[in-house]
Design a protein around this ligand. Structure first.
Ligand SMILES: [Zn+2]
Length: 127
């Protein structure tokens, strides 16, 4: 039982907030829309700013593109391993909106990169 718009849209606004908005006139409503759009722009962080290295990881590059953000990183295997972190690995990162309206990052693993910028052909047998 809702009195939502007939196109099936469900509004997730708290009723108290909806009541406040329902009291507004047309001009005020337009201002609310502008204000909300501005808040969205302010709050929304680009994907590249949301990329953070997890413990033991090493983010080598982050390149934001129109469709996805390309991330190259090295990562630990979780064991007590002398070769950690491994990689570099290439990911494409997409931003997804979940059914509850929140945004989350979706990582697509593309593979191992064999151009390693710093540790090309290390002969580390000297221990
Ligand atoms: Zn390892």
């Amino acid at each position: 039982m809702t009195d939502d718009a007939s196109d099936g849209t469900e509004y997730r606004l708290p009723p108290s907030l909806r009541d406040r908005i329902d009291e507004l006139g047309l001009q005020e409503l337009r201002e609310v829309v502008h204000y909300a759009q501005d808040r969205i722009r302010t709050r929304h962080r680009p994907v590249s700013e949301q990329i953070e290295a997890a413990p033991g990881e090493e983010v080598l590059s982050v390149e934001e593109g129109p469709e996805y953000t390309e991330v190259v990183k090295r990562e630990p295997c979780g064991e007590n391993c002398p070769d950690c972190p491994h990689g570099p690995y290439l990911y494409h990162v997409y931003e997804e909106t979940l059914p509850d309206g929140s945004d989350s990052l979706h990582w697509v693993f593309l593979g191992h990169l064999f151009r390693s910028p710093r540790v090309a052909e290390t002969s580390a047998d000297s221990d």
